[in-house]
Design a protein around this ligand. Structure first.
Ligand SMILES: CCC/C=C/C(=O)SCCNC(=O)CCNC(=O)[C@H](O)C(C)(C)COP(=O)([O-])OP(=O)([O-])OC[C@H]1O[C@@H](n2cnc3c(N)ncnc32)[C@H](O)[C@@H]1OP(=O)([O-])[O-]
Ligand SMILES: NC(=O)C1=CN([C@@H]2O[C@H](COP(=O)(O)OP(=O)(O)OC[C@H]3O[C@@H](n4cnc5c(N)ncnc54)[C@H](OP(=O)(O)O)[C@@H]3O)[C@@H](O)[C@H]2O)C=CC1
Length: 326
């Protein structure tokens, strides 16, 4: 152990109040766990209170601090009220993770105007409402850090034109807000763009679409899908003082899928096909239950690390066996 003082330590966010939208499930739940394990008071907000309460309970059992609030991000007044009431209660809002969002799969030619508008409303408008509420309710005066979860969409988003347009809009909005809001006590705002991630969000898709994702899953330089922890750790970095000179960027966390030219039809004929699977070890942040890394919390019941469709649970088991040992 060197005497160097890294910002990454258990107390990294101990004085912080951080709001995570969609924090009851999937990637948002994992982000909430990561932030709480680093000392933050985490407020998780979404529409379904039961999911939020389950996650808050897990976090508290592990010794973290977490509260829940109901929120529909598509309603600007709800966004404003939520920020105002949490600032009134806790005195601050130092971080915001705009993670809530989603879409459905459909070719553009079959998509109705209402379907397109719904997804733009949810992702682009919803993210704007929360950013604006955070700015007006606290950060405009005192500063803070925002991370917007988007989706990797460098080459468009075939099969999900609505979300590609909405996420590209968020990435551009983030650049503007970084420039307009940076001077207000140093607000930083950045994006994280997940590639294909093993998460509960995959339960939203029909089997045929999931099969397509699985066919594609190895077609990137990592040779695998990503884990929720790999998104959460990127969010932690961008929220932390380690990223204090990073503002207005979009960080793809996608195993370089945005740079590769995977051909879903090629599979075993593909020149880079490796029958043994990926050699790029994943990062998985969940404590080993009752084992090394659990910090002696083994008796507290089993945390369900992932809640995804069965074939993805199988992939996860494989990834766990090859994960970085921490
Ligand atoms: C590579 C992949 C990587 C990404 C992975 C993830 O993000 S994982 C995370 C995944 N997690 C999530 O996505 C979670 C969040 N997702 C959601 O809440 C929904 O998917 C939502 C975004 C559609 C909003 O729902 P809502 O209840 O607010 O909306 P609504 O029900 O009132 O519909 C409005 C209009 O949309 C249309 N339309 C809707 N569905 C379909 C469809 N299947 N088919 C066709 N069209 C559809 C339809 O036009 C409908 O109007 P209609 O015909 O009724 O007059
Ligand atoms: N998994 C993946 O491969 C990828 C995911 N992403 C994005 O990452 C984010 C998290 O996804 P993931 O965890 O996989 O999926 P989930 O479906 O588990 O998460 C979506 C979350 O958003 C919340 N949410 C949805 N609509 C609203 C709303 N109107 N108001 C408030 N909350 C809402 C949901 O809670 P509730 O229903 O209770 O409101 C849920 O907790 C999403 O934005 C997703 O699109 C991007 C690229 C790839």
């Amino acid at each position: 152990m060197s005497g160097y003082s890294s910002v990454f330590g258990k107390g990294l966010f101990k004085d912080q109040v951080i709001l995570v939208t969609g924090g009851g499930t999937g990637i948002g739940r994992c982000i909430a766990h990561e932030l709480a394990s680093l000392g933050a008071l985490v407020i998780i907000a979404a529409r379904k209170l039961d999911q939020l309460n389950n996650t808050a309970k897990e976090i508290r059992l592990l010794g973290g601090r977490c509260e829940t609030m109901t929120l529909n991000i598509r309603d600007p007044l709800q966004a404003q009220d939520l920020v105002n009431s949490l600032v009134a209660k806790h005195g601050k809002l130092t971080g915001l993770v705009n993670n809530a969002g989603g879409q459905f799969h459909s070719p553009a030619s079959k998509m109705s105007p209402k379907g397109f508008a719904t997804v733009v409303d949810l992702n682009l408008m919803g993210t704007f409402y929360l950013c604006k509420a955070a700015f007006e309710g606290y950060m405009g005066e005192y500063g803070g850090s925002i991370v917007n979860i988007v989706a990797e969409c460098r080459n468009g988003f075939p099969g999900m034109v609505h979300t590609g347009a909405a996420r590209a809009g968020i990435i551009n909005m983030t650049k503007t807000l970084a420039v307009e809001w940076g001077p207000y006590n140093g607000i930083r705002i950045n994006c994280v763009a997940p590639g294909l991630i093993l998460s509960s969000g995959m339960k939203n898709y029909p089997e045929k679409v999931l099969d397509g994702f699985l066919d594609n899953s190895w077609l990137n330089p990592a040779g695998r899908m990503g884990t929720e922890s790999e998104i959460a750790s990127s969010v932690v970095f961008l929220l932390s003082p380690a990223a204090s000179y990073i503002n207005g960027i979009n960080l793809p966390v996608d195993g370089a899928s945005s740079l590769s030219k995977g051909d879903a039809k090629a599979n075993s004929a593909h020149p880079s096909y490796n029958p043994a699977g990926s050699k790029m070890a994943p990062y998985i942040g969940w404590p080993q239950q009752g084992g090394e890394g659990d910090g002696g919390r083994g008796g507290r019941g089993v945390l369900k690390e992932l809640d995804a469709p069965e074939p993805m649970m199988q992939l996860y088991a494989k990834y766990k066996s090859m994960a970085h040992k921490l």
